[in-house]
Design a protein around this ligand. Structure first.
Ligand code: XMP
Length: 518
């Protein structure tokens, strides 16, 4: 669907390859990451990149069978930037030499100084004579390939910055994409300018392009979309609705495990404000009955996931004749990461969301957000006129309050949890902390404790407040509320919520904890 100039990032398995894409997107350049195994001659011809970047990676070019790009990449006539392993592979393939560490390995901060030669992609560098960079390499280049010159050196990397100016091949030993190379973005900006990118990858351009692509894919077919109330599925739905109007029907499965006022908010916004055909499938009884007596977290998750699919399918079939299923899949979900270990990873939790609907539904997928990162989806949402308060909402898990209520779930416990959660979020909003926090919620603990209120004894539930900061949900730290804030919140919850007489604050980071309690 893309009519933009494209930059290809060939992934050799670096931990930070995604950051290269982030830096380029910030420069309004359209790029895609593809694992080296997939990049063949035919792939290159079809992709037709305007520039190529080789990522870093954990392998050693000296080892037999280590990853390589196809040799044809060097005859495309486009600029290439090799980073770390990418530099080494470029040198090795073009006639240079790479050697093993032996005291020259370098991890962490280093300083690069310039040579006499000048290089356009270093414009804006070395204003303070040296430049801080982030290194992470065991092997090093010991002889540069014919045609290359050196433009920067560091104590342990005499070939820190090299280039074959006439062929526009650039190769650096450090990682310009990471935060610890403060001027790295300038290098990327110069590189993409050198390649002729004009930086026209904007959200309004994307919106137009995505709408045209949806119309072309769907024709006059019907589309159904599972709406969760989360940002991704909402943005996808609004975009598709703009493209095809009434051909879209949204199904909102209400499992009775939503937060206070959540279902009403979603229905009001999409049905009344956007005027979309929306089925509000209120199936709380079905879910809560199935969850009766279930206290194991994995059984809870699997039960909810299974019922969700059944309910969605039932309503989708009732719409009649839908050929397409819309999903809010994001770019980080579709990147095929390069795995060298090949081993299976352990299941910590069986995640469930509306994106997990089975292939057996026999519907073709419409995924208009596949090329976007989360913050780009938010910008697109703003572009589409979704209210900023909605766009900035904290993530909410598919299984909802079920995984915030350890042990058996009952209607009574859910009601208590909803009220406490509403007070906590209200506190966070009143103190203007909502946007600083990645996610905040209350977990109702399966334990009653003794308290004293007025002159009487109480025997009520204890709850835990959870609030974390995070960038992607993969790692997280607890939010450092002041004691005053915590005290005030605890007092409000105990005074306003009947059924809770003790409040604790969860100060576990992830890892070793997880964000949710189950
Ligand atoms: P954990 O608890 O694994 O959560 O640290 C990481 C992030 O994922 C969310 N989460 C889910 N999201 N379906 C979802 O759509 C799920 O089953 C699910 N479980 C956890 C969690 O809220 C946090 O943002």
């Amino acid at each position: 669907m893309n009519c933009h100039d494209r930059l290809l990032i060939i992934d050799f398995g670096s931990q930070v390859t995604q950051l290269i894409a982030r830096r380029l997107r910030e420069l309004h350049v359209y790029c895609e990451i593809h694992p080296f195994q997939k990049v063949t001659d035919a792939f290159l011809a079809e992709f037709a990149p305007k520039a190529v970047i080789f990522s870093g990676g954990p392998a050693s070019v000296i080892d037999k069978g280590s990853p390589r790009p196809p040799a044809s990449v060097f005859t495309l006539g486009v600029p290439i930037l090799g980073i770390c392993y990418g530099q080494q592979v470029m040198m090795e393939m073009l006639g240079g030499k790479v050697e093993r560490g032996h005291g020259t390995a370098e991890f962490g901060r280093a300083y690069v100084t310039p040579t006499e030669e000048r290089l356009d992609i270093l414009n804006g560098w070395f204003l303070d004579a040296k430049e801080q960079v982030w290194m992470s390499h065991g092997d090093h280049v010991s002889r540069i390939a014919p045609g290359f010159e050196v433009f920067g050196t560091s104590p342990n990397a005499p070939f820190a910055i090299t280039a074959d100016v006439s062929r526009r091949f650039f190769a650096v030993q450090f990682h310009p994409e990471v935060h610890h190379t403060p001027n790295g973005k300038t290098l990327y900006a110069n590189f993409v300018r050198e390649a002729g990118f004009v930086g026209d990858w904007t959200m309004s351009a994307y919106r137009e392009q995505a709408i045209a692509a949806i119309r072309e894919q769907v024709g006059d077919g019907k589309v159904i979309c599972g709406l969760s109330g989360g940002v991704d599925s909402s943005v996808a739905a609004v975009l598709i609705h703009e493209a095809i109007g009434e051909q879209l029907t949204c199904v909102f499965v209400d499992h009775g495990l939503l937060r206070q006022g959540e279902a009403e908010q979603v229905v009001t916004m999409f049905r009344d404000h956007y005027n979309m055909p929306l089925i509000h499938a209120d199936e709380s009884d079905l879910f809560l009955n199935a969850l009766e007596g279930v206290s194991d977290p994995e059984v809870k998750r699997k039960t909810i996931g299974r019922l969700f699919i059944d309910v969605f399918q039932k309503h989708a079939t009732a719409v009649g004749g839908a050929k397409f299923l819309a999903q809010g899949t994001l770019y980080p979900d579709v990147i095929e990461s390069v795995s060298f270990s090949g081993g299976p990873s352990v299941t910590i939790k069986s995640h469930h969301n509306v994106g997990g609907l089975p292939e057996r539904m026999g519907l073709k997928l419409v995924e208009p957000l596949r090329e976007l990162f989360k913050d780009e989806v938010r910008s697109l949402g703003v572009e589409l006129g979704l209210p900023p308060g909605f766009i900035g909402r904290h993530p909410f898990p598919g299984p909802g309050l079920a995984i915030r209520c350890p042990g058996e779930i009952t209607t009574e416990k859910l009601a208590i949890l909803r009220q406490a959660d509403a007070v906590f979020i209200d506190q966070i909003r009143r103190h203007a902390l909502y946007d600083e926090i990645w996610q905040a919620f209350v977990a109702l603990l399966p334990v009653r404790t003794v308290g004293v209120m007025g002159d009487g004894r109480t025997y009520d539930y204890a709850c835990a407040l959870r609030a974390v900061t995070s960038v992607d949900g993969m790692t997280a730290d607890y939010y450092p509320f002041t004691h005053d804030f915590l005290g005030e919140t605890a007092t409000r919850i105990i005074n306003e919520v009947k059924g809770i007489n003790r409040v604790t604050y969860d100060i576990t980071s992830k890892p070793p904890g997880t964000i949710e309690w189950e």
